[in-house]
Design a protein around this ligand. Structure first.
Ligand SMILES: Cc1ncc(CO)c(N)n1
Length: 218
């Protein structure tokens, strides 16, 4: 079997992908040893990431070719507005993150860069470009979270376990696999759109790695 378009994009980013899924932050999260200030900083920045990400999901819903795909994104948007947001609020409470930090933090360069990638995809309105960024964000998180299934997880605090559990399990896996098949089924015939989607994919993987680095780089 020859590799699909999405598999080729994925393999072209092997180095950054492995650095992100094997990152110190993930090691410490799974071990339950991540320092509270590191986790708080990461979650504060990630809440801002989630703002652009929600907009990106909305664009996917708008750019999707038909009702079946559109409803798939609509369901995921609903999950984001409930389970994922609850996790953030509960974790901010547990970690004592003040209001201003929750809603108007100073953004790190890594967050700004990732935000740009997502906003570029939104502005393109290209289904392939939007899906490429979404797929990286979700598949890379599935990959590191499934390390807990393979190796076990020593973490027990809800702020730790909750973040792992949001990114693994049969439903999350099915969502990621659906998106990957959807991207391959919608490989652009326009070479410029295809090229832009490939660049969006690559940039997103580099952003994921830099985002974890930034949790320590203060
Ligand atoms: C930075 C980042 N990438 C991916 C996800 C999950 O999509 C997340 N919550 N944050």
């Amino acid at each position: 079997m020859t590799a699909t378009w999405s598999q080729r994009m994925r393999h072209a980013t092997d180095l950054d992908w492995a650095a992100a899924t094997g990152h110190r932050f993930v090691d410490e999260l799974l071990a339950g040893t991540v320092a509270d200030d590191v986790l708080a900083h990461y979650l504060v920045q990630d809440y801002q990431f989630c703002d652009a990400f929600t907009a990106l999901l909305g664009q996917a819903c708008a750019s999707a070719p038909g009702l079946t795909s559109r409803l798939r994104f609509a369901r995921q948007l609903g999950m984001f507005a409930s389970d994922e947001d609850t996790y953030f609020i509960d974790s901010f409470d547990a970690l004592g993150v003040p209001e201003a930090e929750r809603f108007e933090p100073t953004l790190t360069q890594a967050t700004l860069d990732f935000d740009r990638v997502m906003r570029d995809a939104i502005e393109s309105r290209s289904y392939a470009q939007v899906l490429a960024v979404l797929l990286v964000a979700e598949k890379l998180y599935l990959d590191w979270a499934e390390r807990a299934d393979r190796d076990g997880m020593a973490a027990t605090r809800p702020e730790h376990v909750g973040w792992v559990d949001l990114h693994r399990g049969p439903d999350f896996r099915a969502w990621v696999e659906w998106m990957q098949a959807e991207l391959d089924a919608n490989e652009p015939s326009d070479p410029r759109d295809k090229d832009a989607a490939e660049r969006a994919f690559t940039r997103s993987v580099a952003c994921e790695r830099a985002f974890f680095d930034a949790a320590y780089g203060r």
